[in-house]
Ligand binder design. Structure first.
Ligand code: AMP
Ligand code: ZN
Length: 453
């Protein structure tokens, strides 16, 4: 089938026509959250964009097999190989075990994931369930001569993998590299960009998650889990690998190096990266604690789907600054769409062409254009809105219930009251509906109802 989908591929730095290995099963891997604290709206922006990717593929007739990982070990407080394991730190600060911390935040993540109406991944894989597979990769890399041992772990020697700098167009020699703070110069490393595939736990070090390997306790390097999960579940060379732009210079660069060195196959055909959400111009991050959670937004009377609407109003490759004013505008827009559905219920359906919407999102997930096209339809029809819901997962129809028999009766009684010029009764009936979230408008064509903000 001739693909209608175009995607920006970080690998080629170009928008390419999407062509999967097997259209019936497009293999996608998404780097998941590190489960040591409450996920914020920045994290979910990423999963909302990848939800759009999955839905766009499906709407174009592809089958999808998607894997998401949950990082419950090995992600250190620095992106290099120094610092504390984020899970261990979370456990220490909350006086819980690491396993309890992981369990708690996995549940929190999944609850919000569902509230955002995100398509469930086919497999959700926990890093700690793939330790044996991690070791197999380290063994392979060691046999092939890519690794060396230092006092704090087994390192990947990037000089043995000549393509190492290509993916992120890194300047390994340049100033920029040293100044980025990414790689701490560890005296035992052969090259500053070398990264740990396995870390040793030092005597006296408090690290509850531990596995014996190389004759001593240790744990996997952060990047390794993605390579072993991909290889175990999806096999060699997947179609699409997704993540945030923060993953390009370190995490994905390292994933490619270790997986392609071990298996001698390209890791992924397409690499998609979303940009960041910022707050006051600064990247929202768990460590800065500068991001709202979905629960915070709900306290302010915004539904998770209002937030999803705001995210999809922007393009996944653009940096977006989050403000409550902008969220409020998205909420209003979503209400406007729900009220177009209300018009459909009131017999005002019009023709509308959905194919234009699908064309827009298929062009490198251009949801802002698709949304502008949706705004331009006058009322459309229920079939059109069903397709909009399928493609964006905005829960429009679920949040646009038909009126109950009682509510319809109130409207009819109000019509009669107005006919009889009983305005006291008519106002009382209108207020009664308003309490139930329904606004009545009097137009030259009679009463119409809509959902209230
Ligand atoms: P983490 O839990 O920090 O490993 O992040 C999980 C996912 O959220 C990754 O794909 C990150 O790229 C993404 N992410 C983290 N912060 C932001 C942000 N401010 N905006 C968009 N995506 C983010
Ligand atoms: Zn990853």
């Amino acid at each position: 089938m001739e693909s209608k989908i175009k995607l920006y591929n970080t690998l080629s730095h170009k928008v390419e026509t999407f062509s999967p290995f097997n259209p019936a099963e497009v293999k996608i891997y998404t780097c998941g959250p590190t489960v040591y604290s409450q996920p914020h709206i920045g994290n979910f922006a990423a999963y909302i964009y990848w939800d759009l990717l999955v839905r766009t593929l499906r709407a174009n007739g592809y089958g999808v097999k998607r894997v998401l990982n949950l990082t419950d070990v090995g992600h250190l407080t620095s992106d290099g190989d120094d610092g504390e394991d984020k899970l261990e730190k979370g456990a220490r600060e909350s006086h819980k075990t690491v396993w309890e911390v992981a369990e708690y935040y996995i549940n929190a993540f999944q609850k919000d994931f569902r509230a955002l109406n995100l398509v469930e991944p086919d497999v959700t894989a926990r890093a700690t369930d793939y330790i044996k597979e991690d070791m197999e990769i380290v063994d392979l890399l060691t046999q092939k001569g890519y690794t060396y041992e230092t006092s704090d772990g087994i390192y990947f020697d990037v000089s043995k993998f000549p393509k190492y700098a290509d993916f992120a167009r890194l300047d390994l020699e340049g100033q920029e590299w040293g100044a980025s703070g990414r790689i701490e110069l560890n005296g035992e490393k052969r090259n500053s960009a070398d990264f740990a595939v396995w870390k040793f736990i030092q005597p006296g070090e408090n690290h509850a998650m531990r596995w014996d390997y190389f004759g001593r306790p240790g744990y996997p390097g952060w990047h390794l889990e993605c390579s072993s999960i991909i290889h175990s579940i999806l096999g060699e060379t997947i179609d699409i690998h997704t993540g945030g732009i923060d993953h390009i210079p370190v995490h994905h660069t390292n994933e490619i190096a270790q997986a392609e060195a071990a298996f001698e196959k390209k890791l992924a055909k397409y690499w998609l990266h979303c940009n960041h959400l910022t707050s006051n111009g600064q990247k929202i991050s768990k460590s800065l604690k500068n991001g709202y959670t979905l629960a915070n937004l709900e306290e302010l009377k915004f539904s998770p789907l209002d937030f999803k609407m705001w995210v999809l109003q922007g393009h996944y490759q653009s940096e977006r600054d989050f403000t409550l004013e902008n969220l409020s505008a998205a909420q209003t827009r979503r209400l406007k769409w729900r009220n177009m559905i209300a018009r459909c219920y009131q017999g005002q359906e019009t023709d509308a062409d959905f194919s234009e919407i699908l064309v827009a999102v298929s062009d490198n997930l251009n949801s802002p254009q698709a949304f502008a096209d949706i705004d331009a339809v006058s009322v459309a029809n229920l079939d059109f809105w069903r397709q909009v819901d399928e493609l964006f997962g905005l829960g429009l129809l679920d949040d646009a219930p038909r009126l109950s028999t009682e509510q319809n009766e109130i409207i009819e009684r109000r019509r009669l009251a107005r006919e009889q010029k009983d305005y006291i009764l008519s106002d009382r009936l209108r207020d009664q509906l308003l309490e139930q979230g329904i606004t009545i408008l009097d137009t030259s064509d009679g009463q119409i109802w809509q959902y209230t903000a």
